[in-house]
Design a protein around this ligand. Sequence first.
Ligand code: GRF
Length: 365
Amino acid sequence: MTDEYQPQEIATVQRLRAELDANGKKLVFTNGCFDLLHAGHVRYLNEARALGDALVIGLNSDSSVRALKGAGRPLNGQNDRAEVLSALRCVDAVVVFDGERATALIEAIRPHIYAKGGDYTVDSLNPEERAALQEAASDIRILPLVPGRSTTGTINKMAGEKAGPRLRIAVLGSGEGSNLRAIIAAVENGTLDAEIAAVISDRRDSNFLKLGEESGLPVHFVDPGSNPRKLGEAAQKEIFDHLRRARADVIVLAGFMRILKEPVISAYGDRIVNVHPSLLPKHKGANAPQLALEAGDAETGCTVHLVTAEIDAGRVLAQAKVPVLPGDTSETLHARIKIEEHKLLPQVLREWQERGLPVRGAGES
Ligand code: GRF
């Protein structure tokens, strides 16, 4: 057998959809590059298939993978990728599409269910794709990506350690951990040459800590002490010890709800960053999205800044703007702000890795 495998035509998938529909069954659609299939893909596709009765994959063509991932990709041509995917029990058909978005394919197939993996919410889907899905009355389902598995991560492992020291990052948080997830993703997909050397939380039951654990990172719960707002002296010292042992270069506060004091602040001086959901100096402190709404702001955003003893007051390293939309609640606004945070924070860390630590300003050493 020397003939190349041929992916399905759209018309075949349209027939499949009509047949399913006639029998009261549901077609699930998802799309992606699937360059080097790994267990994360397989688990995700099995979960997607379980949402309905047949699974169709929109596979990015070779030129669209190049546009999305860079010149060295894909490793495997589109027909080979389609052949490997088609061999999975959970996959019924694979259709190749050009361009970075699957909009045209969604319009043609009109899937009953659309599955998307990763750090998305329905609000953060590409607006064109989302409009096409709404038009087709598709049920949109977001499935979590399997942490610790990625094609780029595998490629990096095969290429061996890159030259030069990797940035050692410690991440502190108390909440959902979506920013931690964004940092993990940037490390895994090779856009941030760093190692997450410690994941530290004051909340034992936080999603933040769970995510660190599931991703196989060194996690540490630090008992904050009896005061519900403050971080006790023993906890401040314990955090310092974890940071030292982890040989952290940079400390990232990603939704850490307590104030770091000595000895960490002096020891790590200019090497602590915080991400805050407003355009500082506006709306410092808690509930910043709510404050933006109450102030009637037309736009708000997020800020990555250096941490000093004064709350949310250190030098701003980067900001991104987000419009306030009619009907926004503090939740919808915060969710949109977070989408920008997830890009901004890894970007600041990348610049840090490439250019060295940001200095405070002229005249200071
Ligand atoms: C983010 O909005 C960050 O700006 C703020 O706390 C939130 C943390 O979110 N300081 P997550 O835990 O990263 O999802």
